[in-house]
Design a binder for this molecule. Structure first.
Ligand code: ZN
Length: 330
């Protein structure tokens, strides 16, 4: 007997990554799992599901599912199932009961106001198996709610679905959602959507071409204070037991408050198990900053700034020329 599953979790609980893994497991056994997601007007026009960890997989829209022969599939996986309508959940129930095909739905339970989504409501009501995928709030408690952030603040009113808006979401425990309290300060590793940080990255490295040359292959960390990204760091594995700090940028209004130092200290701890050295190339004005963190001067790359940037970069009125290299043992 096939079953209808509803696997729910807050934002960032790896639901999509989980869905992609399940599809992969079917494929590995020589079976076919169909990946679906509901189509929302204007949003997510592409037939692809993508997780925060950077995994992606092609998919079809739920609205299209009757256009092809579902009996060719051993399983149907639905991502973003909270956006299903009651009628669509009913259709999935019929597929399970009449065609004996298991259907696994992944979605959020409640919206940013604390109300059930339509799809989640009917999946909660009708699914054979309901499972929670857990994630944690910044305080360490289980995150059960999805806070909507607008300009770094938790908002509790507005439309359930905003198309093309600039809101973002963060998973919080019920208490911190109710109080609207975001992490005082947290560092997150960012795998998808690094491009969005380009304006901040350009503050530390004025060449977009240069940034693009390392961005995709690098590890990216963001320091978020009360819901706002105030500093980012980009490190690249050099392959010889060393990581290079390629970019360290702090929002202009937030400089001289220790954010940059805390981010670098975090990197030193974080990268410790993976490499034995962290190296950085910088301009003369920043040498003191790195030395205070324990970096030791190694040497200089003559004319690096003059040779690699189309425009001169001025620091304290002087055009940069040689790049100074420093390193610290991890
Ligand atoms: Zn909390």
């Amino acid at each position: 007997m096939a079953k209808l599953y509803f696997r729910y979790g807050a934002m960032g609980s790896s639901k999509t990554a989980n869905a992609i893994m399940v599809q992969y497991n079917y494929q590995e056994r020589g079976q076919n799992a169909l990946m679906l997601k509901p189509r929302l007007d204007n949003r997510d026009g592409a037939r692809v599901v993508g997780s925060r960890s950077g995994l992606t997989a092609p998919c079809r829209f739920v609205e299209e599912m009757d256009e092809f022969d579902l009996s060719a599939y051993n399983c149907i996986i639905v991502d973003e199932a909270q956006f299903l309508t009651k009628a669509q959940v009913q259709r999935l129930v019929d597929i399970v009961d009449d065609m004996d095909i298991p259907v696994i739905c992944y979605g959020l339970r409640a919206d940013f106001r604390g109300n059930l989504f339509e799809g989640s409501h009917w999946l909660m009501a009708w699914a054979d198996t309901i499972e929670e995928i857990k994630t944690v709030c910044w305080c360490g408690r289980k995150a059960t709610t999805n806070a909507r952030l607008l300009n770094g603040r938790v908002v509790k009113s507005g439309e359930q679905i905003v198309l093309g808006g600039n809101e973002s979401y963060v998973a919080l425990c019920r208490k911190h959602w109710a109080k609207g309290e975001l992490a005082p300060e947290e560092i997150r590793r960012i795998s998808a959507g690094k491009e969005a940080y380009m304006p901040l990255l350009l503050e530390a490295d004025p060449s977009e071409a240069m940034i693009r040359s390392y961005l995709d292959d690098s590890e990216f960390y963001a320091l978020i204070a009360r819901g706002r990204c105030v500093a980012v760091a980009v490190v690249l594995a050099l392959g010889d037991g060393a990581f290079e700090l390629k970019n360290l940028a702090v929002e202009e209004a937030c400089r001289a408050q220790g954010y940059g130092s805390r981010l670098v200290r975090y990197l030193i701890r974080q990268l410790g198990g993976q490499a034995d050295r962290l190296v950085v190339g910088t301009s003369p004005a920043n040498v003191g900053f790195y030395e205070r963190l324990g970096f030791v001067r190694e040497g200089a790359i003559p004319h690096f700034f003059r040779d690699n940037y189309p425009e001169p970069i001025y620091e304290d009125g002087v055009a940069l020329d040689d790049m100074i290299t420093l390193s610290i043992k991890l």
